[in-house]
Structure formats: C-alpha cells, structure tokens
Design a protein around this ligand. Structure first.
Ligand SMILES: *Cc1c(COP(=O)(O)O)cnc(C)c1O
Length: 492
C-alpha cells in the first residue's frame, strides 16, 4: 500500500515512511492510495487485539504479521484497565463506547499506545541511524498520551507543546510530571492553534536543519496516518459487539456521535464506513467552537472567529487538521484540496462548491453544544441513567439528541465516550451538584457518589514530582524547536 499527499498525489511514499515522516513534504497529509476492503466475516468474532492486527496489516502491508502482532500485544495487553480495551456501556437506549480505559484516561491512548511500536518497527526496517524527534501540539490529551507512549522508546525523543492556559489543571499536571529520559514538555502563551501552527512550521522550516543534525522530524498528532488507522478498529469492534449482543442485526446501519476537535476520531469512522462498515451517519459534535458546525451548514470553513475556552478543552480548536483528508477523500482532487488549504492559510477561510458539500452532508451532520447544554447532559445522564460522563462525551450525547430532533432518525446509535469523567472531575462535579472544589477533592466526591474507583494514574498525580515548568511566547516557538533539535542530536 502506497500513501500520497492530499495536496499532490504524485508524491508517494510507503506506509512505513508515512508513519516516520508524519507530514508530507509539501505540508499535505498522507492518505492511502486505495481504501482496503476487509473481509468482515473475520471481524465478527474477533477480539480487540485480533481486529487491530487485521486492520493494521491491511494498511501497513510492508510490516509482517509478526511485527504487527508484537506492536499490538505491547499496546493492548496490559496498559488498559478493561479486558475488552474499548467496552460498551448502555446509557438509556444508546451505548457509550468507552475509549478512556488506557494509561492517561482519554481516547488518545488507543492510538498512542500502538504508534510508538509501529514507528520503531518502521524505523528499524528503514535502516536509519538518525534519531526520530516527535513534535506534538496538544489541546490537552494528546500530549500526555504521546509522552506516555514514547517514554524511553529507543531512537526517539518527544517534545510536547501545550497552550499554557488552555488545558485543565489535571491535564497540565499529567504532562508536567511525565517520566522518561527522552521527553520534553513546553507551555506556550497562546491557544492550541498557536501550538499546532508552530509544529507545522517546524516541519516546513526546520526539517533541513534537523537532517544535518541526524534528526528526523515526526509527529504524534492525528496528522500522522499511524495515529488514524488504529482508531478505525473500535468502530468495527463496537459494531460487532452490538451484533453479537442482539442489539442490531448484521448489516443494519447505525449512527456514531463523535465529540470532535481536530477531526481525527470522526475521520477514522468515515474510513470505517468507506471500508464497508454499515455506518448510516456520523454526527460531528462540536462545543461552542462551532467552526465545523458552520462548515457543514454553509460549505464555508472560516477560522476567523472568536476562540472560546470551554469545559471540553480537547475540542477547543479552530483549525481541524484532518478535514483536509476528508476533502481529498470526498473529491479525489489533490489540486482542489491544495487550493482550499492555501486559501485557509492566506485568508483564514475557504468555501467548497455545493456538490462537494452535498457529498459531505450525505454522511456528516454537524451539531454544536453550548456550555449550559453540556452541563444539563452531564446531570441528566447521571440522574436518569446512573452514568457519569465527561464534558467531551456530553457534547456528543447532546449532538445526538439534536440530530434525532432535527431528523426524526431513529437508528441505533453509539456515542464515542472520549475521556474519563474523573479526568475533568472539577467540572463534572460542579455540573452535578454546584460544588466548586479542586480536581482531587472532586475526584473523591465523584468516586463516592458513583461507587467507581478513581483511575490510579489520576489519583497518584499529586504525589509525582513536577519536572517541567515555565512557558514561552508563541513567537519564540521556533527557537525552542531549534534548542530541542540540538539537544536531541547531542544525545546520540
Ligand atoms: C482529542 C479529543 C477529542 C477530539 O478528537 P479529534 O480527533 O481531535 O476530533 C475529543 N475528546 C477528547 C477527550 C479528546 O482528548
């Protein structure tokens, strides 16, 4: 399987190269040249690990089955607190797909537990002796999951940039206390988009310097195709679990409601649909930052708008990178995709023609959730169904309700539950009882209330030494990247 850039389909690379590089040299994102058609019979009874092995081997066919097996075992055998890896929980008539049973209690763990193995394997096969330096921008959850995944992985170093005031106190502490000799963390005085812009600029402007220092720049963000493919797996395993439990019949089309920021999680759902999974519709649920809602309504994507900080910080994003992949996958037109991205860079917006918008809207519905709606959902899920949901998940539950009201569509639905409620304990408790306390007291209160244990990785946080403090101005970002590269190359 070859991969090419969304902006130029003649720039092709192997799957392993695509994983190592993260971003195509023209700034585009790698897409597979064909979308594989799995034999779904093999997936009906597969365990999570078996399904992951099979899907990864379809996309990364230069890796042997044994190599992929090893990556999957390493990722999913003992890092997750649930034997199903991604369990389903009933919430009224719907199901929550619990994606937060990994080491950092958010859905990023699913892909970032396996990406380091894939990247190391790809690296070994490449015969390179350079160090892979992973630059990552985070709106809160990717950072910690990537730091946990890459800690002390040989031949790699990782630096995470996060918005100083744009992540929750727990998210910040998770990153500041990261372990590992090859991990670096930096707060940026700005928002997530500033961090993402810095990382993208570094690929463009620092790759040559890096090469001189024997460093290859790569990414753990969902712009890396090695992040995206592992996320296809849970759409498939959840579907077949519902079939096995008799909730749906095999072949019945269902809805997935996805709390969306950078459009990576939902794009994996779209790929699952294109691979043949019976997906009726994907609900793209945004918080107050309704840039995607507006795009899906009007066909104009405009990041020129106020940025809101919300209770669902991992979705406080104005430039959803993976939408670029959708534009390409819908149109098959690299020049069109490149023109949209150029316009976004130069003017802050682009507009797709009505026919393209129709094709997107045939699959996606956009919804937007105000903070008070989010709070209502958190309260209702608890009071009516005895289920605690985090604010990101609540945004998707609300999106599903809105979609059902607008459309009358009664299909079975699965809501992607992307973070543990304990990770956002302060806000969840405030929504439930009006109490204002710090996160750790709130964790205790929630634990008593719902009779569930606090995930250990969160409970132990305030005992760990803080390693990374201080912040930089966004304008000093490239200097900081240069320091990082020098440090990494001095280490080899
Ligand atoms: C990252 C994240 C999201 C958004 O996922 P995207 O792939 O960026 O759209 C939603 N919820 C949580 C908890 C996250 O960490």
């Amino acid at each position: 399987m070859r991969y090419f850039s969304t902006r130029n389909s003649s720039l092709t690379v192997s799957g392993t190269e695509a994983i190592i590089r993260g971003l195509a040299e023209d700034g585009g994102l790698f897409v597979p040249e064909t979308i594989p058609a799995p034999d779904f019979k093999l997936l009906r009874t597969a365990t999570y690990q078996e399904a992951a092995e099979y899907i990864l081997s379809l996309f990364f066919d230069e890796l042997s089955r044994d190599e992929i097996h090893a990556c999957v075992q390493e990722a999913y055998n003992d890092r997750f607190s649930d034997p199903d890896i991604v369990p389903l929980k009933a919430c009224g008539r719907d199901y929550l797909m619990e994606l937060f049973r990994g080491p950092t209690c958010a859905f990023k763990d699913i892909a970032l537990s396996v990406l380091p193995g894939l990247l190391s394997t790809a690296y070994r096969k490449s015969g390179s002796t350079d160090t892979v330096a992973i630059l990552t921008a985070t709106s809160g959850d990717t950072g910690k999951a990537a730091l946990a995944g890459f800690a002390d992985v040989p031949h790699t170093a990782i630096k995470v940039y996060y918005p100083e005031n744009g992540v929750s106190p727990v998210q910040k502490l998770q990153m500041q206390t990261s372990r590992g000799n090859n991990v670096y963390v930096r707060a940026v005085q700005g928002n997530f988009d500033d961090c993402q812009r810095l990382v993208k600029q570094a690929y463009r402007d620092a790759a040559e310097t890096a090469a001189k220092e024997h460093v290859i720049l790569s990414s753990a963000n969902s712009i890396n195709i090695g992040r995206l493919v592992p996320q296809i797996v849970y759409y498939i395993t959840s579907y077949y679990r519902l079939v096995r439990e008799g909730v749906i019949s095999d072949g019945e089309e269902i809805l997935f409601a996805v709390p969306t920021g950078n459009f990576g999680d939902i794009l994996a759902g779209y790929l699952a649909k294109r691979m043949g999974l019976p997906v009726k519709r994907l609900i793209c649920a945004s918080n107050r930052n309704r840039v995607l809602t507006d795009f899906l309504e009007t066909g104009t994507y405009s990041r020129v708008r106020p940025f809101h900080e919300t209770m669902s910080p991992s979705m406080d994003i104005l430039v959803s990178s993976n939408l670029e992949r959708l534009l390409y996958l819908i149109t098959g037109d690299d020049a069109f995709t490149a023109a949209c991205m150029r316009s976004l860079e130069e003017t802050g917006s682009y507009t797709v023609p009505p026919a393209v918008l129709d094709n997107i809207r045939a699959v996606f519905t956009g919804t937007c959730t105000e903070e008070e709606n989010c709070a209502d959902v958190i309260r209702n899920c608890w009071q009516e169904h005895g289920v605690l949901v985090d604010p990101h998940t609540a945004v998707a539950v609300y999106g599903l309700e809105q979609y059902r009201k607008m459309s009358g569509d009664d299909a079975q639905a699965v809501v992607l539950s992307t973070a543990s409620p304990f990770k956002f304990a302060h806000d969840v408790l405030r929504c439930l009882s009006g109490e204002e306390t710090d996160d750790f007291t709130a964790m205790d209160r929630l634990s008593e209330m719902c009779g569930l244990p606090i995930p250990r990785s969160l409970a132990e946080l305030h005992e760990l030494p803080v390693r990374f403090t201080g912040s930089i101005r966004a304008s000093k970002g490239m200097d900081d990247v240069a320091d990082f590269l020098r440090e990494v190359s001095a280490h080899v």
